[in-house]
Design a protein around this ligand. Structure first.
Ligand code: GDP
Ligand code: GDP
Length: 454
C-alpha cells in the first residue's frame, strides 16, 4: 500500500532559513508620534498605503515593498508591533530588540524638535549592541533653523544623525541613499523572466501514455523540431501549438524515438524525468487512471514539488475507467494526493482525444500562479488578521510572534515569515492553506520559510 506520508518530509521546507535570501528588510523604530508612519509612507511613495487608508486599519499593516535607485527592499513599521505592551519605554525597546532580530538594518527615528528623550536613549542603548547597521533619522527638520537640533543627536551614540522632514520630503532621498548603502545586496531571482515559449515537461511512469499524448497533441505529421528554420530550440525539445499558443515540451526526443532499453531502464527513465522537470517551468504529470496510483507515480510528483515547478495532473486512459474504478480512484486520491490539493486534475484519453483541449488552459492557470506575487502590504494586512484570530500555538510557555511577511520570490512563490519564535509545521501548513484560500495559486507549489531569531 502506497502512502504519501512516506515522502511527506520532502514537502515542507525543513530548513528554517531555507531558500534564497528574501529582499533585504529595513525596520523603522521609534517612539509614537516621531513620524515613523509618515516616513514609511514617504519611503514607499505611498503606493501601498493608499489602499488601506481607512481609519484604524493602517497600523495593522506593518510591512511594505519599497523601491529606491532600482533596488527593492521591505520596510517594516514597528509601530504596528504589539502596541499595547506595558509602558512606553518597554514597548519601544522591545521593538528595537525585535527589529534587530529580524531586519537587515534598523532606522531609529527621533523627533529633532523634541531632542533625545529617555525613551530614545533606551532604544539607542539596545541598538548600539546590534550587529546589523543602525541609522539615525532626525525627523521634523522642516527647515535649516533646526539643523542645530540635529547635531545634538550625536549624543545617542549611533553615529551621524540624518536630518529629514518626513512630512515635506526634505532630504529623504539622502536618507534612502544611506539606507541602501547599509542594506545587503541580494542575488537576483534565479530564473528571471522567461523568454520564448513556456517550457513544459510531460512526465509520468513508463507506459502511462506520454508518447501517445505527445503524438495526440502534436498531430502525427508535425515535425518534432524545425531546427532548419534557424530557431534556437534544443533538438531534444518539441514545439507544440496548443490553444493558439506555442509551448516548448522539453526533452521529448526519448519519447518520440521510444527508447526502451530493457536493463536499467527505470533508472534511466527517472534521470530523464528529473532532467525534464528541472528544465521546465510547468509539468504535466501523467497518471494511469486505469491502474492504482503507485509508488512510482508519487516519486514523480515529489520530484515536481521538490523542484518547485507548477503542475497539472492528467489522468490518462480515462476511456478504460468504469464506475467501479472511478470510485476506487476517488478513494486513492483522498489518501494519496492529500499534499497536492492545489493541482488541477484533468481526465484525459490520449487514445480518444478526450479532454486533451483542457490541458492548455490548465497549464496557463498553473503558470500564472507560479509567476504571481502578492504585494507586501496586502500580504501583511491579511496575515495580521489571520494571526490575531488564530495565534500560533504556545511552545514551552512562549507565544511565538509572527511579526511580518514578504513574498520573497516567485517561481515558485515563496513566503518568508519573520517571527520571534519557532513555528510548528502544522501552523505553517495552516498559513499555507489560508493563504491559498485568500490568494489562489492554483497549480503552483507555495513554499513557506520562517526566519526565526531567538
Ligand atoms: P508615528 O507614531 O511615529 O508613526 O508618527 P506619525 O507618522 O503618525 O506622525 C506623528 C505626527 O507627526 C503627525 O501629526 C505627522 O503629521 C507629524 N509629522 C511627521 N513627520 C513630520 C515632519 O517631518 N515635520 C513635521 N512638522 N511634522 C511631522
Ligand atoms: P509512455 O511509455 O508513457 O510513452 O506510454 P505510451 O504512449 O507508449 O503508451 C503505453 C501504452 O498505453 C500503449 O500501448 C498505448 O497505446 C496505451 N495508451 C496510451 N494512452 C492511452 C489511452 O488514453 N487509453 C488507452 N486505452 N490506452 C492508451
Amino acid at each position: 500500500e502506497t502512502e504519501w506520508t512516506a515522502v511527506d518530509e520532502e514537502f515542507g521546507h525543513p530548513d528554517e532559513d531555507g531558500g534564497e535570501p528574501p529582499q533585504p528588510v529595513l525596520a523603522v523604530v521609534g517612539r509614537p508620534n516621531v513620524g515613523k508612519s509618515t516616513l514609511v509612507n514617504r519611503i514607499i511613495g505611498r503606493r501601498e498605503a493608499v489602499v488601506q487608508d481607512k481609519p484604524g486599519v493602517t497600523r495593522d499593516r506593518v510591512a511594505y515593498d519599497a523601491l529606491w535607485s532600482g533596488r527593492r527592499f521591505t520596510v517594516v513599521d514597528t509601530g504596528g508591533w504589539d502596541p499595547k505592551a506595558e509602558g512606553l519605554q518597554a514597548s519601544v525597546t522591545e521593538q528595537a530588540e525585535l527589529a534587530m532580530m529580524t531586519a537587515d538594518a534598523v532606522l531609529l527615528v527621533v523627533d529633532a524638535t523634541v531632542g533625545a528623550t529617555t525613551t530614545d536613549e533606551a532604544a539607542a542603548r539596545v541598538l548600539r549592541r546590534s550587529k546589523k547597521p543602525v541609522l539615525l533619522a532626525a525627523n521634523k527638520v522642516d527647515d535649516d533653523r533646526l539643523l542645530a537640533d540635529t547635531a545634538a543627536l550625536w549624543s545617542l551614540g549611533l553615529g551621524e544623525p540624518h536630518p529629514v522632514s518626513a512630512l515635506h520630503g526634505r532630504s529623504s532621498g539622502d536618507l534612502l541613499d544611506a539606507v541602501l548603502h547599509a542594506l545587503p545586496t541580494t542575488p537576483r531571482e534565479v530564473l528571471g523572466e522567461s523568454r520564448g515559449p513556456r517550457r513544459v515537461a510531460l512526465v509520468g511512469k513508463p507506459n502511462v501514455g506520454k508518447s501517445s499524448l505527445l503524438n495526440r497533441l502534436t498531430g502525427e505529421t508535425r515535425a518534432v523540431v524545425d531546427a532548419a528554420a534557424g530557431t534556437t530550440v534544443d533538438p531534444v525539445d518539441s514545439l507544440v501549438d496548443l490553444d493558439g499558443e506555442t509551448w516548448r515540451f522539453v526533452d521529448t526526443a526519448g519519447l518520440r524515438k521510444r527508447v526502451k532499453t530493457a536493463s536499467g531502464m527505470e533508472y534511466y527513465a527517472s534521470l530523464r524525468t528529473r532532467a525534464a522537470i528541472e528544465a521546465a517551468e510547468v509539468a504535466i504529470v501523467l497518471l494511469d487512471a486505469s491502474e492504482p496510483i503507485s509508488e512510482q507515480d508519487l516519486r514523480v510528483l515529489t520530484m515536481v514539488v521538490d523542484a518547485g515547478r507548477a503542475c497539472v495532473l492528467a489522468f490518462n486512459k480515462w476511456d478504460l475507467v468504469d464506475e467501479d474504478r472511478r470510485h476506487q480512484l476517488t478513494r486513492e486520491l483522498d489518501r494519496g494526493l492529500v499534499r497536492l490539493p492545489w493541482a488541477e486534475r484533468i481526465n484525459v484519453s490520449a487514445l480518444t482525444g478526450r479532454s486533451v483541449r483542457k490541458l492548455a488552459p490548465a497549464l496557463r492557470t498553473a503558470l500564472t500562479s507560479w509567476d504571481q506575487r502578492v504585494p507586501t502590504g496586502h500580504l501583511n494586512s491579511w496575515l495580521a488578521d489571520l494571526v490575531a484570530a488564530t495565534p500560533p500555538p504556545v511552545r514551552s510557555g512562549k507565544q511565538p510572534k509572527v511579526l511580518f511577511a514578504t513574498q520573497a520570490q516567485t517561481r515558485p512563490p515563496t513566503l518568508v515569515l519573520f517571527t520571534s519564535g519557532f513555528l510548528e509545521a502544522g501552523y505553517r501548513r495552516f498559513i499555507e492553506r489560508r493563504f491559498r484560500e485568500e490568494f489562489g495559486f492554483t497549480g503552483s507549489p507555495v513554499r513557506i520559510s520562517v526566519r526565526v531569531r531567538e
